[in-house]
Write a protein that binds this ligand. Structure first.
Ligand code: SF4
Length: 59
């Protein structure tokens, strides 16, 4: 199955919604909590969560 997201900027290779890397399922992504993730994606999301903890933007 393939997936195309309207938020993905193919020219810049990034997410227009989150202003960063497209990692389907990451916090704030339109498919967060709605899809089964591969181990690779889960690792990337955990790394992002470490880099940007849940309260990162409320400082
Ligand atoms: S991170 Fe999510 S919302 Fe952003 S482009 Fe990728 S799939 Fe779409």
């Amino acid at each position: 199955m393939t997936f195309h997201c309207k938020n993905y900027d193919i020219v810049e290779d990034k997410c227009k919604r989150l202003h960063g890397e497209c990692v389907p399922g990451r916090r704030g992504c339109v498919v967060e909590g709605r899809v089964a993730l591969s181990e690779e994606l889960e690792k990337k999301i955990k790394a992002l969560d470490k880099q940007f903890p849940r309260n990162f933007w409320n400082r």
